[in-house]
Design a protein around this ligand. Structure first.
Ligand SMILES: NC(=O)c1ccc[n+]([C@@H]2O[C@H](COP(=O)([O-])OP(=O)(O)OC[C@H]3O[C@@H](n4cnc5c(N)ncnc54)[C@H](OP(=O)(O)O)[C@@H]3O)[C@@H](O)[C@H]2O)c1
Length: 332
């Protein structure tokens, strides 16, 4: 097998796509022949030791991937060789094969494309937990999605539309805003060129958005929070912009508004039944054509540094896939 091995926390530049012994699944594990993995923002942080989860070195990064089970360890009853599956395991996905605990494996329903499976649960799970569970979004409410052309952003846009909400999609370029319009956004806001407060006022008859979905953080947060509607819910999803905002608390008082934290990884661990129910609803929406991962581009697994550069420079629209060709899958 081949994989990208992180041996020091010096980033992607210090890593190589290298030949490794084929791992055997241990008790409770399965081995997956990986067809595709997708890049999530934490994959950038983890190889520099900047993510909250710090796996022991060396490790293979890659939080989300999908493929076909090619070996089953002792004690695993419900998964079989040949079954198409996705996995969310924190690490392991940027290679041709991975052994993973069976509890981290999601069998793919019939008609669920394997590439979509590699780019689904992380972003849609996060955005479903944020909008449905944490914000209690109602049909007819207005949602502002920041970073709306990115991974979790495109998922949030589609989920909010599936729930009957009105979506204002905000992004840093006209091209990204145009993509959001194609995906069904009711209005867009280019926060590089437009005044955030005035535009939000104009787009909501002065009321402000009921829910804000924020995976970006930084300097945008305060003007956006000042624009939120009465009883608004501001979802703290991430800080892709780098800065962790600090807000004057009087703003929450003045709007009767809530700052609501979103931590999907812990939600999955602490509330597995609720998480499974959310994934079931998402699979139904996928089958109905209401949601579908937006694929930015496909790169060979061997080109991971180019993928990291694309995400690190804000170019990714939707999800970037790393794919193994059939030759790669049979390397040993
Ligand atoms: N809380 C949770 O449970 C959870 C789960 C998953 C992800 N997250 C977090 O959500 C954030 C987004 O993740 P993602 O996988 O969707 O990433 P992504 O696809 O790269 O999207 C992030 C978006 O942030 C914006 N951005 C602003 N400044 C940026 C910068 N300096 N570098 C990169 N992007 C910048 C970009 O949009 P514009 O160019 O339009 O500004 C970009 O599209 C990350 O912080 C991630 O850790 C949190």
């Amino acid at each position: 097998m081949h994989a990208w091995l992180c041996e020091t926390l010096d980033g992607i530049g210090a890593m190589r796509f290298q030949s490794l012994p084929m791992p055997e699944p241990q008790t409770g594990e399965v081995r997956i022949a990986i067809h595709a993995a997708s890049l999530n923002f934490p994959d950038l942080l983890i190889v520099e030791g900047k993510y909250q989860m710090k796996p022991p070195l060396p490790f293979v990064p890659g939080s989300e991937y999908a493929g076909v089970i090619d070996a089953v360890g002792a004690g695993v009853q419900h998964l079989k060789v040949g079954q198409p599956v996705a996995a969310i395991s924190g690490t392991g996905g940027f290679g041709t094969h991975a052994c993973v605990d069976a509890s981290r494996v999601l069998p793919l329903p019939p008609d669920f494309a394997i590439e979509d499976g590699a780019a689904f649960a992380f972003t849609y799970g996060t955005s479903h937990h944020a909008l449905v569970d944490r914000a209690q979004l109602q049909a007819g409410e207005t949602v502002l999605v920041l970073g709306a052309a990115g991974g979790v952003g495109t998922a949030a846009l589609q989920i909010a539309k599936a729930m009957g909400a009105r979506v204002i999609a905000a992004a840093s370029s006209d091209e990204k805003c145009a993509l959001c319009t194609e995906l069904g956004a009711d209005a867009t806001l280019n926060y590089s060129t437009q005044n955030v407060r005035e535009t939000l006022k104009a787009l909501t008859d002065g009321k402000g958005p009921d829910v804000v979905y924020d995976p970006v953080g930084g300097d945008l947060a305060e003007p956006v929070f000042r624009s939120i509607a009465w009883r608004g819910r501001y979802l703290v999803v991430g800080f892709a912009g780098g800065g962790i905002p600090a807000l004057p608390w009087n703003l929450a008082l003045l709007k009767g508004a809530s700052v609501v934290g979103v931590f999907w990884g812990d939600f999955v661990k602490r509330e597995p039944q609720a998480s499974a129910a959310a994934l079931t609803q998402l699979a139904q929406w996928y089958a109905q054509g209401l949601i579908k991962p937006v694929i930015d581009s496909r790169l060979p697994m061997s080109e991971l540094p180019a993928a990291y550069a694309r995400m690190g420079s804000r170019q990714v629209r939707g999800k970037l896939l790393l794919v193994n060709d059939s030759a790669g899958l049979h390397q040993d």
